[in-house]
Design a protein around this ligand. Structure first.
Ligand code: ATP
Ligand code: MG
Length: 213
């Protein structure tokens, strides 16, 4: 069976990634694909345990390097246990965050060396790269306002300046990878953003010969 279709959703906290995962699944199923949905960090038993450590507000003392290794470890488990086997079976895989989150948050956000992080990503993902990455782009103030009522976990306490650096990182990564990454203006209403995501995904599937309409 041929390789499946791998799409990741990226963007700062509150951009709308999780909001759009459900309609993305429905769209891909409508195109006749079996869908496996994952979220990062997490998606396997081991990776969810690592996620708990990463998001625990008691772990304020975690170094940026240690954090990067934990994300990479969670991702390696997810790739080996879920993503690579699903793609080998010909499934569509949807990821709520993937490789680019490491570069945007640890690299552009925290200032870790981008060469180190790119190497780490390569080791964690091996050859399992997304066919398509949709970057939901929204100003940090808008994203934070959407999340205002929710309780803030460790990563979210860092505020608007940090998230704006992360946002600019995503835009720079998109300029560097124009064939894989597509930026969508996610400050618009959910319906409009969803329509644009659907159009982009359909166009990609058609190029790959998956699409039926
Ligand atoms: N286009 C939109 N307009 C207004 N509100 C939105 C829009 N998209 C999402 N929201 C709302 O914003 C909040 C955050 O959305 P969501 O949880 O999907 O973001 P996320 O990108 O998954 O964030 P995180 O990285 O923190 O998981 C939710 O309450 C959601 O309903
Ligand atoms: Mg989310």
């Amino acid at each position: 069976m041929g390789r499946g279709f791998f799409v990741s959703l990226e963007g700062i906290d509150g951009a709308g990634k999780t909001t759009h995962m459900g309609s993305l699944r429905a769209l891909l199923q409508g195109e006749g694909l079996e869908v496996v949905a994952v979220r990062e960090p997490g998606g396997t038993r081991v990776s969810e345990r690592i996620r708990e450590v990463l998001l625990d507000s008691r772990n304020q003392g975690m170094s940026a390097r240690a954090e990067a290794f934990l994300y990479a470890a969670a991702r390696a488990q997810l790739v080996d246990e879920v993503i690579a086997p699903a793609l080998a079976r010909g499934c569509a895989v949807t990821a709520d965050r993937y490789l680019d989150s490491t570069l945007a948050y640890q690299g552009y956000g925290r200032g870790l060396d981008l060469v180190f992080l790119t190497q780490l990503n390569r080791l964690a993902a091996q050859n399992t790269l997304p066919d398509l990455t949709i970057v939901l782009d929204v100003p940090a103030e808008v994203a934070l306002a959407r999340r205002a009522e929710a309780s803030l976990d460790r990563l979210e306490q860092e505020g608007v300046v940090f998230l704006e650096r992360v946002r600019q990182g995503y835009l720079e990564l998109s300029r560097q990878n124009p064939q894989r990454m597509v930026v969508v203006d996610a400050a618009r209403c959910v319906e409009e953003v969803g329509r644009e995501i659907a159009a982009i995904v359909r166009a990609r599937l058609q190029v790959r010969g998956h699409g039926t309409h």
